[in-house]
Design a protein around this ligand. Structure first.
Ligand code: C2O
Ligand code: CU
Length: 489
């Protein structure tokens, strides 16, 4: 109902070109223009996402029903997994609208326990933010809640529960949100949305209990052994060699980091958590801490030595990222997805439209300093919690902020594990990580704090008073107490 899928847009454009060409042919009969090459018809078939039905006739409103419920899905081929789902799918349906639209979600909780929805990255009013006890009461089994807000920023976001988050997200509750900017340049590439996650399932399809591995599991952050892209193991993209693709990647895993590479290729990163970055950035590997997003362009091609195109498949690889104490040794490389080439002539690479976003630098001159330390808190009886400044979230004092205030946060990590730090409701700009400034300016809502490291960022609390949460997005850590609240008034 809203913006067309770019592939559809491309097809529509091609149709238009074809009609024009035919018209011209019937008038003066010049040489027919060749159609621009396109992706195979099966391009993104294996990555199809559920789409929520838009109940509103207003083109500026996306109104949907959404139900959290147990549902049977096929994760292990041929086996049934009873997952926790939005509308029966893992991931939940794609919510897609354009910037400035109103999103209205009639939510029903049909899970056996309370839940809420948090709209990760969206700068919406505190009352819509989904944090139980602060934004709203947890929605009991059988309960309903209407989420209703305007989508303020274009970009790639996601939604997930904020009640028993590690368990509920780990059991399958997460879904993508795309906010389109109708004014963005055309021709960025044929788009795919990649919701990356993992699942803890046995060979017979049964979900492992959410607290498997005991307190050590909590300390490490639980990773599922099965890597998932849009709920599927190792799906295949059917591509035309040389044609640019645009991947909107969301790391929706409860703990796992994704470090990705495509042998022989580079990624052009054009966007991050909060929409486009200031200028595109080219790299050969892409690292996404838990909850981070990336908007990247890739031009998969066959190698020159390739003679039998149908035999060639490129593999997007997951490589272990050391996020602390032994996590790099727990796993070896894994395949994320395959790219298979259609048996056609490779397309000529098309020039990239100019992408430049003016992101004003937040002024540090008048900023207030906030010092936070992410800690492991051990008690005399041997039990532990994780937290901020030595205490778990339930004992912590609120950080104070006043409307309009700019703050510089210094987040240090005294633990032997990384912590991806997430701030609700506001974007920040990273100043430095361990003293090293980022190479490109961008709006972030999640940034990794490495082992024994320090993250400094600047944030302006421009509007929207209320209680705002910050926490580690290794959800096992958050549930163990590594969360805090900001009182903004
Ligand atoms: Cu993804 Cu508290 O959030
Ligand atoms: Cu953590």
């Amino acid at each position: 109902m809203h913006d067309k899928h770019p592939l559809q847009r491309t097809l529509a454009l091609q149709l238009g070109t074809a009609i024009l060409a035919a018209l011209r042919l019937s008038c003066s009969a010049p040489a027919a223009e060749p159609l621009p090459p396109s992706q195979p018809a099966t391009f993104g078939d294996e990555l199809a996402l559920g789409v929520a039905l838009d109940l509103s006739a207003d083109p500026n409103v996306l109104e949907v029903n959404l139900e959290a419920r147990l549902g049977d899905v096929e994760l292990v081929p041929g086996k049934t997994t009873q997952a926790w789902t939005y509308d029966g799918g893992v991931p939940g349906p794609l919510l897609r609208a354009k910037v400035g639209d109103r999103l209205l979600v009639h939510f029903k909780n049909s899970l056996p326990e309370p839940t809420t929805i948090h709209w990760h990255g969206l700068r919406i009013p505190a009352a819509m933010d989904g944090v139980p006890g602060h934004s709203q009461d947890a929605i009991p089994p059988g309960g309903t809640f209407d989420y209703d807000f305007v989508l303020p920023d274009a970009g790639t976001y996601w939604y997930h529960p904020h009640f028993a988050s590690a368990k509920q997200v780990g059991n399958g509750l997460y879904g993508p949100i795309i906010v389109d900017d109708p004014l963005e340049p055309e021709g960025l590439g044929d788009e795919l949305i990649l919701v990356l996650s993992d699942a803890s399932v046995a060979a017979d399809g049964a979900l492992h209990p959410a607290d498997n591995g005991g307190s050590l599991g909590t300390l490490f952050g639980r990773e599922g052994g099965m890597l998932l892209v849009n709920g599927r193991i190792n799906p295949t993209i059917h591509a035309r060699a040389g044609l640019r693709q645009r991947w909107r990647i969301i790391n929706a895993a409860r703990s796992r980091f994704f470090q990705l590479s495509l042998p022989g290729h580079s990624f052009t990163r054009i966007g991050g958590d909060g929409g486009f970055i200031a200028t595109p950035e080219v790299s050969t590997s892409l690292a996404l801490a838990a909850a981070e997003r990336a908007d990247v362009l890739v031009e998969p091609t066959k190698t020159a030595s390739d003679v039998e195109p149908s035999e060639q498949a490129l593999v997007l690889r997951w490589t272990p990222h050391d996020r602390g104490f032994g996590t790099a040794f727990m796993r070896t490389e894994e395949d994320v997805l395959h790219i298979e080439f259609a048996n056609e002539e490779p397309a000529q690479a098309s020039p990239l439209p100019e992408l430049r976003r003016l992101i004003p630098e937040l002024d540090p001159a008048s900023a207030t300093l906030v010092d936070i330390s992410l800690t492991l808190n051990q008690r005399d009886d041997g039990t532990f919690s994780m937290g901020i400044n030595g205490v778990p979230s339930w004992e912590a004092e609120h950080v104070k902020a006043t409307l309009g205030e700019t703050q510089i946060w210094s987040v240090s990590n005294s633990m032997a594990w990384d912590h991806p730090f997430h701030l609700h409701g506001f974007f920040f700009q990273v100043l430095d990580v361990n003293g090293v400034a980022p190479t490109v300016r961008e709006w972030k809502d999640t940034a990794n704090v490495p082992v024994d490291g320090k993250l400094r960022f600047i944030v302006n609390f421009d509007a929207r008073p209320g209680m705002w949460m910050f926490h580690c997005h290794i959800l096992d850590h958050a549930d163990a107490g590594m969360m805090g609240m900001i009182r903004l008034e």
